[in-house]
Design a protein around this ligand. Structure first.
Ligand code: SDX
Length: 428
């Protein structure tokens, strides 16, 4: 592959450098384009063809359905690693030794207290508040209680901010659930694993003990690993963009939580279950919903289907689909919504509209079925996605800061009114 791209504009030729990544992805570096061409820029709504950065964290190949974190296949990590191991890998670049992992978990546990005054902010929300709005607010509020988390010029300060949010975010997530359920806000038990502790914080009843079901803990650990990072998706790009102004980690994460909330992104897992339940209420008539999904005049989309990058099966969806069967069987749960999902998937994969557009089930299509089997309510599904994505957001934010990336500030092509004289109100 040539190291130079030649662009011809207005009869003049310009040479632009070409870079090639370690997985042989090729990009034209246009950093000098505007200066060399006296103002010409590129435009690419949704950035479907535009890279925002070089990154060493996650590689995915949408055509082959490959996903790797720091070079390790998602299939291996989901099968053999714990969520905290994967968090360490994503953030620091290597799988931890036993000692490193123990110290990481200890440092996180030390920081897992949340200032009691945060409860006053939570009290101000109505029970009906969506957990993603609560989490975005409380994550931003954490800055006020942890001012040192903003200026992270030193590696020590950055590490401290990282273990603080990894310790406090599961507490805030559990509290967001317990607020809606009318339960007292609970802390977990430091003797438990990261995921077991979260489950206890979520489900321990005030008048009883909570025994972690290993099937539930293992399934949740795997789900969190599968959601942990996904290169420059909408919410991660938001975290990097907001972080590029040096506002600090917690405020950047708060912005990422808001971006993930959208139904086209992380909010899809809740929308999938709502769609499947609507189909069930409708007598299981998947054909009607397939027709709606294909009707250009109907805004309905088959939620959990399609992906900006994967034009093949989302490898995470494959693992989650298999895990859904295993979890429901292990817990002795019959969920007819799973059968509807499988029927819908089969129908879509045989339908030319979906096949021609390479629309396959994505990570959100089956995840809600497992969350539901684990006793997690629908309005918490996207919050679970955020809990899983937290280490990825942190890793990407840390990489952006360590690489000293410039503040993000895209250009535009102006298509509005050209200069015109002001008209006094009497004459309008
Ligand atoms: C996530 O980016 C990531 O990595 C995200 C994520 C992560 O881990 O961070 O993987 C998590 O967000 C997964 C996606 C969850 N969202 C959904 O399941 C919502 C439903 N999916 C769609 O809205 C859509 O597929 C997107 C948003 C996911 C991708 O949209 P694109 O890449 O912008 O594609 P597009 O809208 O240009 O669609 C191309 C064509 C269009 O039809 P034509 O105009 O060519 O005729 O495919 C159609 C679309 O109408 N299409 C769908 C569809 N998805 C795309 N038609 C029906 N149902 C769908 N789900």
């Amino acid at each position: 592959m040539s190291k130079i791209a030649t662009l011809e504009i207005g009869g003049k030729k310009y040479e632009l450098p070409v870079i090639t990544g370690t997985e042989n992805e090729v990009a034209i570096d246009i950093a000098a384009l505007r200066g060399a061409t006296n103002g010409v820029i590129t435009i690419d709504p949704g950035f479907k063809n535009t890279g925002s950065c070089e990154s060493a964290i996650t590689f995915l190949d949408g055509e082959e359905g490959i996903l790797r974190y720091r070079g390790y296949a998602i299939e291996d990590l989901a099968e053999k690693a714990s969520f905290l191991e994967v968090a360490y890998l994503l953030i620091f670049g290597e799988l931890p030794t036993k000692e490193q992992l123990e110290k990481f978990h200890t440092d996180i546990k030390i920081e897992s207290q949340v200032d009691e005054d945060i409860k006053k902010i939570l009290d101000g929300f109505p029970k009906s508040a969506h957990p993603m709005g609560v989490l975005s607010s409380l994550t931003s509020a954490l800055v006020a209680f942890n001012p040192s988390s903003v200026n992270v010029e030193s590696p020590e300060d950055m590490y401290k901010a990282i273990v603080k949010i990894l310790g406090k975010f599961p507490v805030l997530t559990a509290w967001a659930y317990r607020k809606r359920a009318g339960l007292p806000l609970d802390y977990g038990d430091d003797s438990l694993t990261y995921v077991e502790n979260f489950l206890q914080m979520m489900f321990k009843k005030p008048n009883g003990s909570y025994k972690v079901n290993p099937v539930v803990a293992d399934a949740l650990d795997k789900l969190l690993i599968l959601h942990a990072d996904h290169e420059q998706n909408c919410s991660t790009s938001t975290v990097r963009m907001v972080g590029s102004s040096h506002v600090g980690l917690f405020a950047s994460l708060s912005a990422g939580i808001s971006a993930l909330w959208g139904p086209l992104h992380g909010g899809a897992n809740q929308a999938v279950i709502e769609m499947l339940e609507a189909i069930r209420e409708d007598g299981g008539d998947t054909h009607r919903y397939m027709a709606k999904a294909k009707d250009k005049d109907d805004p309905f989309r088959l939620m959990g289907f399609g992906h900006r990058v994967y034009k093949n099966f989302d490898p995470r969806a494959k693992i989650i689909k298999k895990s859904a069967d295993q979890v429901l069987e292990a817990l002795g749960i019959q969920d007819e919504v799973l059968d509807i999902a499988k029927g819908l998937e089969k129908e879509a994969l045989e339908d030319s509209y979906f096949v021609d557009r390479k629309l396959y089930p994505n990570v959100d299509f089956y995840s809600g079925i497992i969350y539901r089997a684990l006793g997690i309510p629908e309005e918490m599904f996207t919050a679970m996605f955020a809990l899983g994505r937290l280490p990825g957001w942190i890793a990407q934010w840390r990489e952006m800061r360590l690489r000293k990336e410039p503040i993000g500030r895209p250009r535009q092509v102006y298509v509005g009114e050209t200069h015109r004289p002001f008209v006094n109100i009497e004459k309008r």
